[in-house]
Design a protein around this ligand. Structure first.
Ligand code: PLP
Length: 405
């Protein structure tokens, strides 16, 4: 008889966003007259940049001709896009990344989840707490996380790095040996960023111990402070210890269009094997590339018009972030994030539990947020709000929250 991967059965019952959806649906059914404003899930609302849709239209027309038709493309992505990424996302910031170190994919979520394929099951994994749940759940599925202990909300074999107010939401280097270290800056959910010095300490640690840093910079486009690095590869030594994940989702509205990429430098080797080759083998075997039309759309993000349009959209969301941040602070909440990030991390008032505060804001302000506890035990006592909504709705939501508080 076929046996299943029993690690799936160890995953705790409800995925955070399903539980939120359940509570919101139940409330809406009880109160169909109440218009909810959603500052919870991190999906974007602004349309694709005009330069992107124009490029995609053009690519669709090409596909309708015998000469312009594209079938299976290179699994690693078309050269035109890999070159544009190397040029604009790296070289323009003084970082040398070769196009064949870039693997175009259908999402940073898939890449962060799939990267575990190239690592041994026995690696010890370190994650931030709170954390983007994909890192944890995919390691649990691979059998790398041990058992889930519901009493503490943690997996027995994972090493958790608390990111709390006391350490400025910046993880500290673990005291115990770890092999794979997931870092995400600007951070989801806390909105914290990492300084050059902080990243340098991680890179030095990884090079000293042989660990690999899995660096998720899906939100780098929101960095406004010129001193904050956008890429781990801005740090000396990162080429021998880090893999970076990037996405067009939040930068250019590709959440429904799907395009991202992963960078693995040629120098990064473990057990005498280049990880670039392993990932290439993995992708060629399990992935057949991102659609030509989508990659043409992504390429247009780097055109002069595309860049101007992306900048405008990012500014729109950053304005929302400021409205949320300032509004909640004025209402007496302790807030962080939202300056180099679309996420605002707010302490609940009077030590209230994060699900209780979520329910209060849902019922009394008709605003949907995300309870911090859903991202890990150290998220208890916080909620996350996102700046990805409509500007007017965001303003209205903040006014409603102020009234409730
Ligand atoms: N990484 C982080 C930290 C995220 O928050 C998200 C999406 O919310 C992703 C990756 C997923 O990006 P993509 O849409 O490219 O799969």
């Amino acid at each position: 008889m076929a046996k299943i991967n029993n690690n799936f059965n160890k995953l705790p019952g409800s995925y955070l966003f399903s539980e939120i959806a359940r509570r919101v649906a139940a409330y809406s059914q009880e109160h169909p007259d109440r218009a909810l404003i959603r500052l919870g899930i991190g999906d974007v609302t602004r349309p694709l940049p005009a330069a992107v849709t124009a490029a995609m239209h053009k690519a669709v027309d090409e596909m309708a001709t015998a000469q312009g038709f594209h079938g299976y493309g290179p699994e690693q992505g078309y050269d035109f896009l890999r070159n544009a990424i190397a040029q604009h996302d790296y070289k323009a910031r003084g970082v040398e990344i070769q196009p064949d170190e870039i693997f175009v994919s259908d999402g940073a979520k898939s890449d962060c989840g799939n990267i575990g394929d190239i690592f041994h099951r026995d690696n010890v994994v370190a994650v931030c707490d709170p954390v983007y749940p994909v890192y944890v759940d995919t390691n649990a599925m691979a059998g790398r996380a041990g058992e889930y202990d519901a009493t503490v909300g943690r997996w027995t074999k994972l090493v958790y790095m608390p990111c709390v107010a006391e350490n400025g939401f910046s993880p500290e280097i673990p005291q115990t040996p770890v092999d794979l270290i997931y870092l995400c800056f600007p951070n989801n959910p806390t909105g914290a960023v990492a300084t050059r010095e902080q990243l340098k300490a991680w890179v030095d640690h990884a090079n000293r111990t042989g660990a690999v840093i899995l660096y998720d910079s899906a939100y780098e486009a929101f960095i406004t402070d010129p001193a904050i690095p956008h890429s781990i590869f801005e740090i000396d030594g990162a080429r021998t210890c880090a893999i970076e994940f990037r996405s067009f989702s939040k930068t250019a509205g590709f959440t429904g269009t799907r395009c991202a990429y992963t960078v693995i430098p040629k120098e990064l080797e473990r057990d005498g094997t280049p990880l670039n080759s392993l990932w290439n083998r993995r992708q060629c075997t399990k992935f057949n590339g991102v659609p030509y039309v989508v990659q043409r759309g992504a390429e247009a993000v780097y055109s002069p018009e595309g860049r101007a349009q992306v900048k405008e959209t990012i500014q729109y969301y950053l304005n929302n972030a400021k409205v949320i941040r300032d509004g909640l602070a004025a209402a007496g909440l302790t807030v962080s994030g939202g300056e180099n990030s679309p996420y605002i991390w707010a302490r609940t008032p009077d030590g209230m539990g994060s699900w209780d505060f979520f329910d209060k804001l849902l019922r009394e302000a008709n605003v949907v947020t995300t309870p911090g506890a859903g991202f890990g035990p150290s998220g208890e006592g916080y909620i996350r709000l996102t700046a990805f909504g409509e500007a007017d709705a965001t303003r209205q939501a903040v006014e409603r929250i102020k009234v409730v508080l």
